[in-house]
Write a protein that binds this ligand. Structure first.
Ligand code: PGA
Length: 256
């Protein structure tokens, strides 16, 4: 079968790690290692590090993202950052719906949908995270749950706006646990996501959308995961905090 033309995207998710000074240092170390990447490279950092990250990666092909944004443009939301604020300083990407936000900070499919709307309005590119817990997998509801998460998150998103969105399949049981989904498990759920896009939009949209796998991806398992037909990249947590490891994954993605 002919391989559909879609972008391979490797994105780092630094979570709550790195000071601004450490951000500059890590990105300076990464820059030469990923400069010949034949895939898109994104690094998502804490809000406080965005300025340092944008400065360190100016005039490179590394894109910078935030790890969340609020759905309102401004207002009485103590401690929050809006999509408008992110785009105002030149941030290109934002992660939305990460399972850590859903688990620890009360994020729901409906608030994810609202944040997506706000990010789209600001022309940010979005990495939308979906994934099932171990309990849900064992109950046999992974397929329904993932389809539902995708459908609610994309409510009101036009076909044209969908081009700004990447979907990351991140099984909650594989995040930060060292337990990776098998390549077959990852591919099967990424295929469910693609089928959901066909149902919601059409085959062309489904063929074009980048779907990442995330959850304990590292330099050792990346090759097998990225070789899967429906896996178009990775969202990397732990391994994105070490320049050689992240660069190794970028190198593997550049070849697949
Ligand atoms: P991990 O995190 O690679 O450390 O499992 C992935 C993520 O949460 O995006």
């Amino acid at each position: 079968m002919e391989q559909p033309l879609r972008k391979t995207v490797i994105a780092g998710n630094w979570k709550m790690n790195q000071t601004p000074a450490e951000t500059t240092q890590l990105l300076e170390e990464m820059k030469p290692l990923v400069k010949n990447a034949y895939c898109d490279v994104v690094v998502c950092v804490p809000y406080i590090d965005l300025h340092a990250a944008l400065q360190a990666t100016a005039n490179t092909s590394i894109c910078i993202g935030a790890e969340n944004c609020h759905w309102e443009q401004s207002g009485a939301f103590t401690g929050e950052i809006s999509a408008a604020m992110l785009s105002a300083i030149g941030v290109e990407y934002v992660i939305l719906g990460h399972s850590e936000r859903r688990t620890h900070f009360g994020e729901t499919d409906v608030t994810v949908q609202k944040r997506i709307r706000a990010a789209l309005n600001e022309k940010l590119k979005i990495i939308l995270c979906v994934g099932e817990s171990l309990e849900q997998r064992e109950q046999g509801i992974t397929v329904e749950l993932i389809a539902m998460q995708v459908k609610i998150a994309l409510g009101g998103v036009s076909e044209d706006e969908l081009k700004q969105i990447i979907i990351a399949y991140e099984p909650v049981w594989a995040i930060g646990t060292g337990k990776t989904a098998t390549a077959e498990q990852a591919n099967a759920v990424c295929a469910v996501i693609r089928q959901t896009i066909t149902d919601l939009y059409n085959q062309n949209c489904a063929n074009a959308i980048t779907i990442q796998y995330g959850g304990s991806m590292n330099a050792k398992n990346a090759e097998e995961l990225l070789a899967q037909s429906d896996v178009d990249g990775g969202l990397i947590g732990g391994a994105s905090l070490k320049a050689p490891d992240f660069a190794a994954i970028v190198g593997i993605a550049s070849k697949t």
